[in-house]
Write a protein that binds this ligand. Structure first.
Ligand code: CMC
Length: 422
């Protein structure tokens, strides 16, 4: 069997044979046969927008790998900082490389005082922390003019380190501001997750000691959220990056996409949904409402996974470890009941709707004391490594600027009518 497809233009009878290369066909070949006829795919459902060596996602079989390493092994044995190195550099670090990376990240966690004093404190007291995060990440661009020099690999790596390092500081600062609490400076003696928890929760104690189970659980959640190939925010990152915008501005664009409830805001929506359902007695009625099309089952379904999201399996296990420390979330039984009803209902199974990463992550965050408006922020912290690995890969590929075409559906040509005669 030839690994090709044949496209025939029935208007002319001309046809072209195009090779299938690693599951894709080159759209340039389509363009040769059919100039001016666009492949119409507005939500990119059937379009590969990048050749990428970072994350492999097999949605049909529930497989997720970073640089070839299964997500299950990374979640079990690695740390977020090591995974961030892997995503950016393509290989796991040696002990020496890891130590240098850890040192670099740790020593770039501080933010310029003006970012804190002038920007963060300038936001209204009830500003959403995700809005603060997006804006301050964009503002960092103005503090590092050398970031414009994206051709210089060493300078680019400096911005990558700064962004990965400063994200938790900005995130915790956004929370402290919205809670009316004083800003907590980073503690260089703590590891990545414990330092973030310290900046979140420290009050009058000289040193904040995070519970190690909770710090590890957060680190696992960071690993699980670090990358997910060409999702909406990564596509935003690559699109803005393809215009050669600097890494801060591009990361702010990606974080803006993540802010949307269909993407990073879904775990917040899960908690709202569980609150609305209220009790196990109401689960069946809620599922019927979803089936009538009057609501969506939040935390269910995925564009790519048509099977149980492998991240959801790990998160479910992590949830139990967290609840051992915090006490069980009263919403857990409700979530389990909802999952059971949905997974035995033809509406969901026939559409291949399974729990995704967000179904249980909100419950964990809530048990750890994070307010709901911090959930998307908690997603943005680790995804920064993923976004930046795509950004650097894109630059290495010397890609053209992203510039899709359209099917024009507006009015045909017409003459301007002066306002007095309209
Ligand atoms: N509840 C009920 N029905 C659903 C759901 C859901 N959560 N998701 C999809 N469907 C139905 C949808 O109505 C459609 O049915 P029909 O064929 O009868 O019209 C069918 O399943 C296909 O849905 P779709 O809207 O074409 O799927 P999509 O690929 O465009 O949307 C999605 C993917 C994630 C936006 C969607 O499943 C959804 O809204 N889920 C809830 C929100 C959520 O959990 N999002 C987090 C995604 S994972 C985090 C991340 O990676 O960012």
């Amino acid at each position: 069997m030839p690994e090709t497809i044949t496209i025939t233009d029935n208007r002319t009878g001309d046809s072209i044979e195009v090779p299938i290369d690693r599951g894709g066909v080159d759209a340039k070949e389509w363009g040769k046969l059919l100039p001016g006829v666009w492949f119409h795919d507005p939500a990119f459902g059937a379009t590969s927008a990048a050749a990428s060596g970072i994350t492999e996602l097999d949605g049909a079989n529930g497989v997720l790998r970073y640089r070839g390493y299964p997500i299950e092994q990374l979640a079990e044995q690695s740390s977020y900082l090591e995974v961030a190195y892997l995503l950016i550099h393509g290989e796991l670090p040696t002990a020496q490389e890891f130590e240098a990376w850890r040192y670099e990240i740790t020593h770039h966690t501080f933010i310029h005082e003006n970012v804190r004093k002038r920007f963060m404190e300038g936001f209204h007291h009830d500003a959403h922390p995700m809005g603060i995060l997006v804006s301050t990440v964009a503002a960092l661009s103005t503090f590092y003019p050398d970031a414009k020099d994206i051709e210089d690999r060493d300078l680019l790596m400096k911005q990558v380190v700064r962004l990965i390092a400063k994200m938790p500081t900005l995130a915790a600062g956004a929370y402290r501001h919205s809670a009316g609490m004083p800003f907590v400076y980073p503690d260089n003696s703590l590891d990545f997750a414990a330092n973030f928890l310290s900046m979140m929760w420290k009050t009058a104690e000289p040193r904040y000691e995070a519970n190690p189970v909770l710090a590890r659980a957060l680190d696992v959640l960071f690993i699980l959220h670090a990358d997910h190939e060409q999702n909406c925010s990564t596509t935003a990152m690559r699109t803005v990056g393809s215009a050669h915008a600097d890494p801060y501005i591009s990361t702010a664009a990606a974080a803006s996409a993540l802010y949307g409830p269909r993407h990073g805001g879904a775990n917040e929506a899960v908690i709202r949904m569980l609150t609305e359902i209220g009790s196990i007695d109401n689960v069946a009625a809620y599922v019927e409402k979803v089936k009538r099309g009057e609501a969506r089952l939040q935390g269910f379904g995925h564009r790519v996974y048509k099977n149980y999201d492998p991240r959801a399996k790990i998160i479910k296990r992590t949830a139990y470890e967290v609840f051992e420390v915090t006490g069980k979330s009263p919403m857990l039984d409700l979530a389990l009941a909802l999952e059971e009803v949905a997974l035995s209902d033809d509406y969901f199974t026939s559409r291949k709707l399974y729990p995704n990463v967000d179904f249980y992550s909100g419950l964990i965050y809530q048990a750890m004391g994070f307010p709901m408006n911090m959930f998307t922020v908690l997603f943005a912290i680790p995804r920064t490594a993923g976004w930046l690995s795509h950004y650097t890969e894109l630059l290495d590929q010397d890609s053209r600027i992203y510039r899709p075409r359209q099917i024009y559906t507006g009015e045909p040509a017409r003459d301007y009518v002066p306002i007095v005669t309209r």
